[in-house]
Structures are given as C-alpha cells and as structure tokens.
Design a protein around this ligand. Structure first.
Ligand code: FAD
Ligand code: SF4
Length: 461
C-alpha cells in the first residue's frame, strides 16, 4: 500500500480584510498542479470507505485517479455518472461530515480534499466547454418535475438521460432553488449554477419558469396533460419566526427575504438592478445555522456591523465549522447564550433596539444538544436598525394544500417512502419538502432513488 501523506494541499482564499466588503467568491480553487498533488494523496483503497459516505454514490477513487493522471475530462465523466451538479456540490456540500470523515487518510492526518477536487474537475469542464452526456433513445414516456432545486434538477437529469421526456416547472423566474435564491454569490457563484442548469437542459429537459404548480396549474392538470408521472421537489422555503413582541417592526426580515433580495435579485448592485435592500448599520442576525452565517456575512458585505445572536453556545451551532471560522475572520461578533425576547421601535414603527435574555445550558434535549435555559433576571439590550431572523424553515405548503390525495405530516412535510412514493398515484416527492430543511446532497440522494423508482414504474405503463 502507498505511504500516507497526512498533509492536505491548502486552497487559496481571498483575505478576510478584502473579502468582507465584496461579494466575490471566497475560496479560489486549486491550480492544476495543486489538484494533482492533492489527488495523488488518495491511496486508491480497494474498498473505499469514502464512497458509502456520499449519498450520490460517486466513484471517488475513480475521479481522483483521473485527476492524478492529468485527465480532468475523465474525472468529470466519472463525477457526472452519479452527480449532475459537481460544481455546486464541490463548493457547498458538508464533505467533512460525509465522504471526507470516512477517508482512511484522515486517520493519520487531514482526509483527502474530496470536495475541493470535485470543484476542480467541474471548473475545468466549465473552462473547456460542457461535455456531452449519453442520453438513451426516447421511451415515449413523460415526467413532470415540480421545483428546480437540487432535488428537481437531479431527478430531471437522471430521467432525461434514461430517455424520458421531462418538463421542469419552477415558480421563480430562474431555476436553481436555494442554490440561486439562498446561498450567496461569495460561496456559490450563480454562473456555476447556471452552467449546471444548462447542462441539464442539454440533456433535453424543458425548463418552464414562472409556473406555480398548485396556482398556475394543478398537479392533476399536469398529470392529465401528457405526464405519466410527477415528481414534487418544492423544498422547504417557509420561514419560521420567534413570535416575540415587536417582530413586525420595520427593519426586521426573514433570512429568506433578505437573502432572496441579495442573491436572486442582486440587490447589492442596486440601482443597477431593480430590487433594493436595507443596508443596516447595526445588524443582528438571530440563529446559528448555515443560513444565519450566510445572512450575517451578506449584511457585513453591505456595510453593516454585524452581531450573531444564538441561544446555545458555539459548540451547539449547527453551521459548518468552516462557515463559522470565515464569519469570525471577517469580523462578525458572536453573542451566544442569548435569545431575543422583545423588539423595540420608535414612533414611526422602525426598529431601534432588541432586548435579549441571557441563557445557560441544561441537560441534552431530544436533538442531543444541551437545552438552553433562561437565566432569570438577566437581560440586556442591543441598539440595532436591522434584524434578520434565521431560525429555520418548513416545507412550502402551497402545492400539498392544493393537491387532493397528497398526504402530509403534522410538520407539513409531504409523506413519501424511501423511494419517494407518495400517497397519491403517479406522484413521487423528495428533497426538503419531504425531509424538512436538510442539505443539497441529501436532496440529491433522495431524488436519485425516486428517479430510479419512477423509471421502473414507467416501464410498466
Ligand atoms: P429547494 O432548493 O428549496 O428548491 C425548491 C424549488 O421549488 C424552489 O426553486 C422553489 O421556488 C420551487 N417551488 C416551490 N413551490 C413551487 C410550486 N408550487 N411550483 C413550482 N415550483 C415551486 N445545504 C448544503 O448542503 N450546504 C450549504 O452550504 C447550504 N447552505 C444553505 C444556505 C441557505 C441560505 C439555505 C436556505 C439553505 C442551505 N442549504 C445548504 C440547504 C440546501 O440548500 C437545501 O437542503 C436544498 O436546496 C434542498 O433542495 P430541494 O431541491 O429539496 O429544494
Ligand atoms: Fe482515497 Fe480516502 Fe477514498 Fe481511500 S477513503 S479511496 S484514500 S478518498
């Protein structure tokens, strides 16, 4: 067996002092020599533990070998055999808790930078022109896919490659779901999403934007107009709030609205683009997940002084470590063990301050994290002009509520089995609309299983 090299090739990044005021991508990617050096660290395990850690089942040693052998085109083919969105996943997947945590090299040092190498191959393809994928001859069967986030794009691409006619319905004017309206440009440039959507179009998928299924057209109407099966991937985009007094004051936003204005509508380029956004001077972001980090880092780039308020301690924050590190390097203040209990405004209804309750940690709750408890009598006030609430989201209710026969859980998620079958005949569902807010790769994994099951079904009709 080859000798283990425990040292990972670092990736260049924009310096914190520069990047804190621009929306350009933070991580700059590997050069060819860096990528080859990093791929050479992979010892090509005969039973690679990294592969079962990837919900898409990518042949990880296979694409590493291709990069090592200076054949990035082959690496792209290996990646795209299992994952239609390598440029996206190479940037935003939490590899540290998926494939990389299982990498055997990680036992002696840093695991192989699987995500960074996936990104390298995807970017190589973008720079050299999209490669043609093999598409099976037409089957004559049609599938409608609703929602164009990672789940919808994946199912659409897999089914198109199998020769089915696929129409993808998207409520917004641009396809990509959270990849375009949620995750900021400095983590995932929109050109990368657009290029991967173009690839999916090139497989024959017809993308219909500005179609709200459940409003513009119903599920039953789509099914009776030529679709033999329908796949629901409408995501979890409904924001949750604190329910604290004053939460409707001017200056308080859901992270969804704040990030949509900035990312999808490019409000940071206002007035060059039509949609404005408040450029708060003193901003509080409430929450401790990836969405909170994205909102805080976006508010910072708009010129604000930003404090993140989170009710547990840093150890319980659900955000990726890397995102927390980047946020801190850029100058975001962390105010942990604190929870907003009241928003205070002036006579014209504009936010001026937020009153917070100090917390302490008790025993672990059902999530396994230590429960936050009130420290009676300990409160403090922060002067602010903008608050962004990033407490999580629940499933989009519109389509399920407008679709008779489609069963949902008490949480509002669509009920579906492990291959995405729902209670309604001819209808499958996957991604965040089924699992609740999760990750890109879990949406992709679920969508792949559903696409396979839809294909099996289509052989019988
Ligand atoms: P979505 O991406 O939500 O896509 C659903 C699509 O359906 C949307 O385009 C929506 O407009 C459309 N739609 C909804 N209703 C209808 C309708 N009735 N008719 C037609 N279309 C409809 N995950 C990671 O792995 N890494 C990260 O770094 C990360 N960062 C995140 C940052 C933010 C700000 C957010 C909000 C999420 C983040 N996530 C991250 C989570 C990840 O983006 C989601 O888990 C993933 O996008 C879910 O994919 P999906 O396809 O199920 O749904
Ligand atoms: Fe390479 Fe690590 Fe996977 Fe082994 S576990 S094949 S070393 S990436």
């Amino acid at each position: 067996m080859a000798k283990l090299n425990p040292h990972r090739v670092p990736m260049s990044r924009q310096k914190p002092q520069e990047r804190r005021r621009n929306f350009d991508e933070v991580a700059l990617g590997y050069s060819p020599s860096e990528a080859i050096a990093e791929a050479t660290r992979c010892i090509q395990c005969p039973k690679p533990q990294c592969v079962p850690g990837c919900p898409a089942g990518i042949d990880i040693p296979g694409f590493m070998l291709a990069i090592k052998e200076e054949d990035p085109g082959r690496a792209v083919r290996v990646l795209k055999d299992r994952n239609n969105l390598p440029g996206v996943c190479g940037r935003v997947c939490p590899q540290e808790t998926q494939c990389e945590i299982r990498c055997v090299v990680g036992k002696k040092g840093a695991p192989i930078a699987i995500g960074a190498l996936e990104r390298y191959a995807a970017d190589w393809e973008l720079a050299h022109g999209l490669m043609n994928a093999q598409v099976a001859p037409p089957t004559g069967k049609g599938v409608a896919v609703v929602g164009s986030g990672p789940a919808g794009l994946t199912a659409a691409a897999d089914l198109a490659r199998l020769g089915h006619r696929v129409s993808l319905y998207e409520a917004l004017h641009l396809p990509g779901g959270v990849l375009v309206y949620g995750i900021p440009q400095f983590r995932l440039p929109k050109e990368i999403v657009a290029a991967e959507v173009d690839y999916i179009r090139s497989l024959g998928v017809e993308v219909r934007t500005d179609w709200v299924v459940g409003r513009t057209v119903t599920v039953d109407e789509v099914l009776s107009s030529g679709a033999d099966a329908l796949f629901v991937a409408t995501g979890a985009g409904l924001p949750m709030f604190l329910g604290a007094p004053g939460e409707n004051l001017v200056g308080i936003f859901s992270a969804n609205e704040f990030l949509t204005r900035i990312n999808l509508m490019k409000a940071y380029l206002f007035p060059e683009y039509d949609t404005p956004v408040v450029r708060g001077q003193k901003v509080v972001v409430v929450g401790g997940g990836n969405v909170a980090m994205d909102a805080a880092r976006s508010a910072l780039r708009l010129g604000g002084e930003v404090t993140l308020v989170y009710r547990r301690s840093e150890a319980e924050m659900p955000a990726r470590c890397e995102e927390m590190e980047h946020a801190r390097e850029e100058g975001i203040a962390f105010c942990t063990l604190s929870n907003p209990i009241r928003f205070i405004g002036d006579d014209s209804g504009c936010l001026t301050a937020v009153e917070c309750q100090e917390m302490e940690l008790g025993e672990p709750d059902e999530s396994g994290r230590r429960r936050p408890l009130l420290r009676e009598g300990h409160t403090f006030t922060l002067e602010v002009d903008t608050v962004v609430i990033a407490l999580g989201t629940t499933s989009n209710p519109l389509l399920p509520s407008a679709t008779p026969g489609l069963a949902t859980s008490k949480r509002g998620t669509v009920d579906a089995d492990e291959v995405g079958k729902t209670s309604k005949l001819w209808v499958w569902a996957a991604g965040d609309v089924v699992s609740g807010a999760a990750t890109v790769i879990s949406a992709i994994g679920q969508a792949k299983r559903a696409a396979k099951d839809i294909d099996e079904f289509l052989k019988t009709v």
